[in-house]
Write a protein that binds this ligand. Structure first.
Ligand SMILES: Cc1ncc(COP(=O)(O)O)c(C=O)c1O
Length: 388
C-alpha cells in the first residue's frame, strides 16, 4: 500500500492546470503547432560574459568544495554594491545579504525561520503559489490579501481584520507583480512598513522581477525608512540574466531574519555551487551592459505586439509597466478556465487561467512574453478567430 500523503501536502490547493496540461500534451502529441504563453521561463540564452566567467570558475579547485553557508563573500559584496548603485540602499554584505539557491528557495524556507505553527501569514492573491505552500508547510494559517484592479493590484492593508493582523507574523509582497505586472510605489512600501511595525510582522518582498521594467525602475522596499528593522527583500538572477536554470538569488535586509534563514538553510541545504556564485558576481557587475539591457527592448516589443493586438480584437488588457507577464480580462461571461481551455483547443495557444493564482485571480488569464514577437503576432491572429 502506498503511504498516504501527510496533511501538509493534502492541504495544498488542487492543481488546477491538470486539464490544461492534458489538453496541451494532446495538442502537441497530435502534431499541432502550439504557442506556449504559459511558462515564465526566458527563451533567450544566458549572456556570454556570464558563461565565460563560469568556464573559468569551474576550473578553480577552490570552487569544488562545499559552498560557504552564507554565500561567497565576493558575491555578497557585489550584491551590496549593486543595491547601492541601483536603489541607493546600503546593506552590510556580511550581515544583511544572504545567497539563495534561486529566490524560490529563500521564499519557501522563510516561514521556517520566522513563523510558529498556528500564526498567520498574509499572502497576496492572485499570487505566486509558493507563498501559500510555504506557509502551509509550517502549519500557519494562510490569510489571503486580495489584489484587484481598483487598488492598482496593491493589497488594502486596512481591510486586514485586526484579529488576523494580531496573529500574523509574516507578510509576503511581490512587486513587480506576478501575475498582474503591477508595480508598487515607494509610498505603498512606507505604509506596509508602518503596518508591519504596528503589528510586529516581518515583511518578505519578492523582487524577482525588479529589473524587468519598461518605464521607471521599480523601487526597493528597503528604501522605505525603517524597512531594515523588519523587512527582507528577495532578488533573483533568473529573469534579469536569463539564468533560471542556474538557481541563484539573494536576500537583503533585516539581519536577525537573515540569520534565522541562514540557520534554517544550514540545516537543510549546503548552499549554491561557489562557481555559480562567481558567475553571478560577474552578472551583477555587468548588469548595465548593453546585451543585458537589450533584453528589455525584446520584451517591450513582445508586450506591445500582444497588448495592441488583443486590444484591436476588443480584449480588455492593460499594458504592464514591468515583468514579462500580461494579465488579460476574460471575455464577458467566460471564466478563466473556460477562456484558457478554449484558447488552447481552438487556437493552440497556451495561457494560464487566473484562478490558478487563487480565487481572486478569477476573471483573468496570464500570458508570458517568453516566445518571439512573430509567434505572439501569430497567437493574436489565431485568438482573433475564436468567438466568445
Ligand atoms: C514571483 C516570483 N517569485 C520568485 C520566482 C522564482 O524565481 P527563481 O527561484 O528562479 O529565482 C518566480 C518564478 O517564476 C516568480 O514568478
Amino acid at each position: 500500500m502506498a503511504p498516504s500523503r501527510p496533511r501538509r501536502l493534502q492541504q495544498l490547493p488542487p492543481y488546477l492546470f491538470v486539464e490544461i496540461d492534458r489538453a496541451k500534451r494532446v495538442a502537441a502529441a497530435t502534431g499541432k503547432d502550439v504557442i506556449n504563453l504559459g511558462v515564465g521561463d526566458p527563451d533567450q540564452p544566458t549572456p556570454k560574459f556570464i558563461i565565460e566567467r563560469m568556464h573559468s570558475a569551474i576550473e578553480d579547485p577552490k570552487n569544488h568544495r562545499y559552498p560557504f553557508d552564507e554565500g561567497v563573500p565576493q558575491f555578497r559584496r557585489q550584491v551590496a554594491e549593486w543595491m547601492n548603485k541601483r536603489f541607493g540602499v546600503h546593506a552590510d554584505p556580511d550581515r544583511q545579504v544572504l545567497t539563495l539557491i534561486g529566490s524560490k528557495e529563500g521564499l519557501a524556507k522563510l516561514p521556517l525561520a520566522v513563523v510558529n505553527p498556528g500564526e498567520a501569514v498574509l499572502v497576496p492573491q492572485p499570487g505566486y503559489p509558493v507563498y501559500n505552500a510555504a506557509a502551509t508547510f509550517v502549519g500557519a494559517e494562510v490569510h489571503a490579501m486580495p489584489l484587484s484592479a481598483g487598488t492598482g493590484w496593491l493589497p488594502d492593508l486596512d481591510a486586514i481584520p485586526p484579529a488576523v493582523a494580531a496573529r500574523a507574523r509574516l507578510m509576503y509582497l511581490n512587486y513587480p507583480n506576478n501575475p498582474t505586472g503591477a508595480m508598487a510605489p515607494l509610498a505603498f512600501y512606507e505604509q506596509a512598513v508602518a503596518f508591519a511595525r504596528r503589528h510586529g510582522l516581518v515583511i518578505c518582498q519578492d523582487a524577482a522581477y525588479s529589473e524587468l521594467y519598461f518605464e521607471q525602475p521599480p523601487p526597493s522596499i528597503l528604501q522605505a525608512p525603517g524597512a531594515f528593522e523588519l523587512a527582507v527583500e528577495v532578488f533573483s538572477l533568473s529573469k534579469t540574466f536569463n539564468m533560471t536554470g542556474w538557481r541563484l538569488g539573494f536576500a537583503v535586509g533585516n539581519e536577525q531574519v537573515l540569520a534565522a534563514l541562514a540557520q534554517v538553510k544550514s540545516n537543510m541545504d549546503s548552499g549554491q555551487f561557489n562557481a555559480v556564485q562567481e558567475a553571478g558576481t560577474a552578472a551583477l557587475a555587468g548588469a548595465d551592459r548593453p546585451e543585458v539591457r537589450a533584453l528589455l527592448d525584446v520584451y517591450r516589443q513582445r508586450r506591445d505586439t500582444l497588448v495592441d493586438g488583443l486590444a484591436r480584437l476588443g480584449w480588455r488588457v492593460e499594458r504592464p509597466r514591468a515583468t514579462f507577464y500580461v494579465w488579460i480580462r476574460c471575455p464577458d461571461g467566460a471564466d478563466s478556465m473556460t477562456t484558457a481551455r478554449r484558447l488552447l483547443e481552438e487556437a493552440n495557444v497556451v495561457t494560464i487561467p487566473g484562478v490558478g493564482f487563487g480565487p481572486a485571480g478569477e476573471g483573468y488569464i496570464r500570458a508570458a512574453l517568453t516566445v518571439p514577437a512573430e509567434r505572439i503576432a501569430e497567437a493574436v491572429q489565431r485568438i482573433g478567430r475564436v468567438r466568445f
